[in-house]
Design a protein around this ligand. Sequence first.
Ligand code: PSV
Ligand code: MN
Ligand code: MN
Length: 409
Amino acid sequence: MNRMDQAYALLEAECRDRGVDLDAAARRLTELEIETPSWGYGDSGTRFKVFKQAGVPRNAFEKIDDAAVVHRLTGACPSVAIHIPWDKVDDYRALAQHAGDCGLRIGAVNPNLFQDDEYMLGSITNVKPEIRRKAIQHMLECVDIMREVGSTVLSLWVPDGTNYPGQADIRRRKRWLEEALREVYDALDPDMRLLIEYKFFEPAFYHTDLADWGMAYLAAEKLGPQAQVLVDTGHHAQGTNVEHIVAVLLDEGRLGGFHFNSRKYADDDLIVGAIHPYELFLIFAEIVGAERSGDQRVAQTARAIAYMIDQSHNIEPKIPAMIRSVCNIQTQFAKALLIPWNLLRERQEQNDVLGAEAVLRETFELDVRPLLWRIREERGLPVDPMKVFAESGYMGAISSRGIGGSGWS
Ligand code: PSV
Ligand code: MN
Ligand code: MN
């Protein structure tokens, strides 16, 4: 037996002891799809500096080329989110065709309500009606783009807010926000979803119009069933129990998707799983628990979650950063799939606080690498995608693109 087989046999024995079906976990893990963001392949940075890297894509087509490499090596990333106008092209059908030729599809379309000068004091909640109109028109244009590229998700982050008390009327802004979202919602086709993201601060520092999950939930609830909440893991204050938010939204049928990344302090957009892997595991624990729920609405909501990465790779090479992100997500999802639910329920029923906590923690401590190796091997994928990428020569090949590619603008 080689080392890999030995490790797998050990994991298999642990699962058997705990009454966990490892084959079922492998099947579910194989199905996991993670969308990567076009902007994660471009140059990005902080307000201090954007460091330019060699070989960064020069346009949306080249971002798709890079995303295709991530999918080829991981087998888990068949779609790419686009951001308009960062990924503006003359012919969106051609972009979708290019994605198809690369074995991908276009995923969520992200409007941009934060880069035009007119949006300094707000976009859809600006006191000036003509600016609100411009912002709404942009979102409607994004719905048209969705039709052209075959996307079913409009992923909306609204940066609007104020910096000082008294700067604006918060309630009037709430009404304008609702009006704008209503117009966009009504323009959606029946198979489209509007995912509403929230963030507690930045760029606004006093109040943000969509500051937390409750406000996003309220907006979605008023709009209708095609509107759901998008949880960006970076958009929470220190110590927020994100898995609790996930559980509540799942139970209400309103969890639409994730933007995965890691935060240490604020909206750091670091590699998912790099800072708080246990939090990520606990989020997946809620999701896997919901997928198994006897409540059909809860189970269906969990199965329809759009898993997306939203990261800015400022100092690290972008493609390997994305591959690592995908592997980190797979790792924590794999662990959540190995939770012995019957044992956990039993201990909860007995009010066995330490026993129940141990069930989750011990599952988190399992070495799931053999499971990941197995599903990769079975699909003819590299067992170690990071290593294969490093040896592929792709970074050298794309260096001919030069420096100063397309990124934050
Ligand atoms: C800004 O905070 C942000 O990171 C949001 O999370 C959006 O989803 C993303 O930019 C893309 O617009
Ligand atoms: Mn986000
Ligand atoms: Mn963010």
